[in-house]
Design a binder for this molecule. Structure first.
Ligand code: 13P
Length: 255
């Protein structure tokens, strides 16, 4: 079975002091739980601090983005090797980056390839907008996002895929577990199997993201094709994030 994984995407939130306090609290509460990967994704300037704060625990660190180029005159950008010096994971293709910063399936593909080459585990985000869902295009959009992002990627062993329906992000209204499972156990898993075959495809952790909180997490985790969560707002509250991690571990039978 794919390894249960819960990642917290802090987005553009926290001060330096808040980042330290959040990391310290989480180290104390979920620093050493077996059988489930826990990943903190703070803003770039706090990666080093958060890494040092959780050092010695089994908590992983992730960045929220990176450039795909190795180095050069790219003012303001951060390269794969820079990220890899501090992180285990990198979130790629988040819908906010697609919507606000012009990321395309093509640029996400370049980033996934570069991340793997640098030894990072990409958390590849896919998901349809409300308009796309209402037009009956959810499956085809997500299928296209997956196949394009993974074009030329030959090995699935370091991949994580997050399904984040855009209409459920930051709204407080998550998708239903059944709807998420329909996409995740459907078009996402089908495409992964077509690309990598079984059992490799079934080892890729599939995370649900979009208003996951301590109340909603259990239902998602009860779905066999959902192996974890990518958490936004609730990852800024140490008790809520720890609760989400413990519930996931409990439902998946690893604690
Ligand atoms: P929320 O949990 O705040 O809806 O954010 C989800 C998300 O975008 C995680 O990447």
């Amino acid at each position: 079975m794919a390894r249960p994984t819960v990642a917290g995407n802090w987005k553009m939130n926290t001060s330096l002091a808040e980042a330290k306090s959040l990391a310290r609290d989480l180290r104390a509460s979920i620093g050493d739980i077996n059988g489930i990967d826990r990943v903190l994704c703070p803003p770039f300037p706090y990666l080093m601090l958060v890494r040092e704060t959780v050092a010695g625990s089994s908590i992983g660190i992730g960045a929220q983005n990176m450039n795909y180029q190795e180095k050069g005159a790219f003012t303001g950008e951060v390269s794969p090797s820079m990220v890899a010096e501090l992180c285990d994971y990198v979130i790629l293709g988040h819908s906010e980056r697609r919507a606000l910063y012009g990321e395309t399936d093509e640029s996400v593909n370049l980033k996934v390839e570069a991340a793997l080459k640098a030894g990072l585990k990409p958390i590849l985000c896919v998901g349809e907008t409300l308009a796309q869902r209402e037009a009956g295009a959810a499956e085809s959009i997500v299928g296209k996002q997956i196949t394009k992002a993974l074009d030329g990627v030959e090995n699935a062993s370091s991949l994580v895929v997050a399904y984040e329906p855009v209409w459920a992000i930051g709204t407080g209204v998550p998708a239903t577990p059944e709807l998420a499972a329909e996409i995740m156990g459907g078009v996402i898993q089908r495409n992964l199997i077509a690309l990598y075959g079984e059992p490799a495809a079934l080892e890729v952790p599939l995370l649900y993201g979009g208003s996951v909180n301590p109340d909603s997490v259990q239902g998602f985790m009860e779905q066999g094709c959902i192996h974890g969560a990518l958490v936004g707002g609730a990852s800024l509250k140490p008790e809520d994030f720890a609760h989400i991690v413990r519930t996931t571990a409990g439902v998946k039978g690893v604690s």
